[in-house]
Design a binder for this molecule. Structure first.
Ligand SMILES: [Zn+2]
Length: 169
C-alpha cells in the first residue's frame, strides 16, 4: 500500500486491499494475475494500491512490538557479537535486566545470540563489558519494509515503488 504521495507504507493482504477499495479509500495501480470470485462477480487481486488521501507516517505505520519485528530491526544480528544467526539461534535480551528495573520495550530489548545472552546474564552491557552494536530504538517504517521485501520476494509490480530496479540490473 502506497501513500497518496507514492511512498510505500506497509504490506496489506489482498482481503484488506479489496475492503479499502470497496470503501473508496484507495485506487488500484496494479493487479496480480489471479482472481477472486464472489457469487456474482470476479475481481483481479490488487498488487499495488494507493491511498486517495495522504496519511502521515505515524498514523498507519507504527511497527508492532514483537519478536519478529525486533529481529528485523536488528537485521537478525546479535547486537553483542555482531554476527547474523538464523531465528532459532536468536533470543531477545533485556539490555537493562528486569532485576535492575529494565522494561520490555523497543528501547530496552535487543537481539542476542544464545551464547551472548547467557554470557551477559543479568547484567547491563556496561557491567558485562559487552557494548551494544547500536542503540535500541523504535524502528521507522521504511527500513523494516525494506528488510521484509527484496527483489526475490516482492512481486515485480512493486519494484518501481521500492527503488529495487537498480539492483536488478
Ligand atoms: Zn552473540
Amino acid at each position: 500500500m502506497l501513500n497518496s504521495s507514492y511512498e510505500p507504507l506497509r504490506i496489506v493482504n489482498w482481503q484488506k486491499a479489496l475492503i479499502l477499495w470497496f470503501q473508496g479509500k484507495v485506487d488500484i495501480l496494479a493487479h496480480h494475475q489471479s482472481f477472486v470470485r464472489s457469487i456474482s462477480k470476479s475481481f483481479p487481486l490488487p498488487s499495488v494500491i494507493r491511498l486517495r488521501k495522504y496519511v502521515r507516517g505515524q498514523e498507519t505505520t507504527r511497527i508492532r512490538f514483537c519478536r519478529e519485528n525486533i529481529y528485523l530491526r536488528d537485521n537478525f544480528m546479535c547486537q553483542y557479537c555482531c554476527e547474523q544467526f538464523p531465528t532459532r539461534d536468536l533470543t531477545l535480551d533485556h539490555i537493562v535486566p528486569v532485576s535492575q528495573g529494565g522494561k520490555k520495550d523497543w528501547n530496552n530489548i535487543t537481539t542476542a545470540c544464545r551464547t551472548c545472552n547467557q554470557k551477559k546474564g543479568s547484567r547491563t552491557p556496561e557491567q558485562a563489558d559487552m557494548p551494544l552494536l547500536k542503540k535500541a530504538e523504535e524502528p521507522r517504517w521504511l527500513p523494516a519494509l525494506k528488510f521484509e521485501v527484496n527483489e526475490k520476494t516482492a512481486p515485480s509490480d512493486w519494484f518501481i515503488y521500492l527503488n529495487l530496479d537498480e539492483k536488478l540490473a
